[in-house]
Design a protein around this ligand. Structure first.
Ligand SMILES: Cc1ncc(COP(=O)(O)O)c(C=O)c1O
Length: 397
């Protein structure tokens, strides 16, 4: 009897809508299992001396993790992908491909944990960082110097939704033989593929949109950079902060609905952003999808959507605790990109590690709120915001 292995591997050419559902391997060729098996094994038997199934020890390689890595490499149009236990695990491993003494230019408006990692740790190991507004390309040009080895950007940025020009940043840093690294967490490969625009390396907190359900942590580096790739595999194997099989499976399962979720996150965010703009307790709304966003044209030229993240300034800082206390459907919690809508107060949460002057210069003040629009009903979310904002009344009013 011959085994029907069918088309157990996609070779590309599929639309992303189909690729997210089926991953690299649409079914297990051995059993026909449609859901990728969780290979919960730390080690793998060798058939004989010098022989291997391709898997030997799960810190180095694990079949469930490999399926996820290959799936994400395909979605980000990269040659390879490495999966880590968290986004920070991925970013920390990535910096080690550069030698101490390297200078790296970083978006000043970015996830506070990345700032803490670079400033509190890598600075002490001899790396230097310039923190600038990378949405202002003239500043990027002025900051590059001969020892600059990389440009690390978030676009749209976290939390001010500034958009940096991926193509121009790539061209510039390549003239200095450096690499452009893009943290693509906010848009996910559904809306943006930085490698297609000239970036060398993409990083993700897979904890967010990729896994999508606020139930696991994961992190990724995707690249098409042979030299960096070898170094990265070695760093990952040596440090061991790899993604466990069950978490790899959860992330794979999340990715199956990425297309549907991202569209719904975006629809909800757009409705809420427009509604917030008209509210008398709100001073300003930051959303990359507004036609009058300062980098709207750029955003449209490099991304297929504006995503599901919004930030806004309340008029009164005294309203912050009232808003957070009175939200019901929207949960006051740190993180983003999951099916549940989350409200964050960056000053005390995601951006707490950033020194005050730098935080303020980036726009993160004591009135800034960040909303990750989930996939609930938009009117229910708006009603929740309306009710909570209605309770934002201070004694002086
Ligand atoms: C844009 C961005 N990059 C990286 C990270 C770090 O990811 P993780 O929490 O999975 O370590 C985060 C976390 O919030 C983030 O928002």
């Amino acid at each position: 009897m011959t085994k029907d292995t069918g088309n157990s591997s996609f070779s590309g050419g599929l639309s992303m809508e189909s690729a997210v559902v089926h991953g690299l391997t649409p079914f297990d060729p051995l059993t026909g299992a449609i859901s990728t098996p969780i290979y919960q094994s730390s080690t793998f038997r060798h058939p004989g001396l010098g022989e291997s199934t391709g898997f030997d020890y799960s810190r180095v390689v694990n079949p469930t993790r490999t399926e996820l890595e290959k799936t994400l490499a395909q979605l980000e149009h990269g040659k390879d992908c490495l999966a880590f236990a968290s986004g920070m695990g991925a970013i920390s491993a990535l910096i080690k491909i550069f030698k101490p003494g390297s200078h790296i230019i970083v978006s000043e408006d970015l996830y506070g944990g990345t700032y803490r990692l670079f400033n509190d740790y890598y600075e002490h190991y001899g790396y230097s960082f310039s923190w600038i507004d990378t949405s202002d390309f003239s500043l990027v040009e002025k900051s590059v110097r001969s020892e600059t080895k990389a440009l690390f950007i978030e676009t749209p940025s976290n939390p001010m939704m500034k958009v940096s020009d991926i193509r121009r940043c790539a061209d510039l840093i390549h003239q200095f033989n450096g690499r452009l690294i893009v943290d693509n967490t906010f848009l996910s490969p559904w809306f943006q593929n930085p490698l297609d625009l000239g970036a060398d390396i993409v990083v993700h907190s897979g904890t967010k949109y990729l896994a999508g359900h606020n139930d696991t942590l994961s992190g990724f580096i995707v690249h098409s950079d042979e030299a960096a790739g070898q170094a990265l595999r070695n760093i990952q194997k040596s440090e061991g902060a790899t993604l466990a099989p069950f978490d790899a499976w959860l992330t794979l399962r999340g990715i199956k609905t990425l297309a549907l979720r991202m569209e719904k996150h975006q629809q909800n965010a757009a409705k809420i952003a427009h509604w917030l703009r008209g509210h008398n307790k709100v001073e300003k709304v930051f959303y990359a999808g507004f036609a009058d966003h300062p980098q709207y044209e750029l955003s449209v030229s490099q991304a297929r959507g504006a995503g599901g993240m919004i930030s806004f300034y309340l008029k009164e800082s005294a309203h912050v605790p009232l808003l957070l206390k009175n939200l019901n459907l929207i949960l006051f919690a740190e993180s983003l990109g999951g099916v549940e809508s989350l409200m964050t107060f960056p000053l005390a949460q995601t951006h707490q590690a950033i020194p005050e002057a730098m935080r303020l210069s980036a726009g993160v003040n004591d009135r800034l709120m960040r909303l990750s629009a989930g996939i609930e009903n938009a009117q229910d979310l708006i009603a929740d915001l309306d009710s909570a904002l209605g309770k934002c009344v201070t004694k002086t009013e």
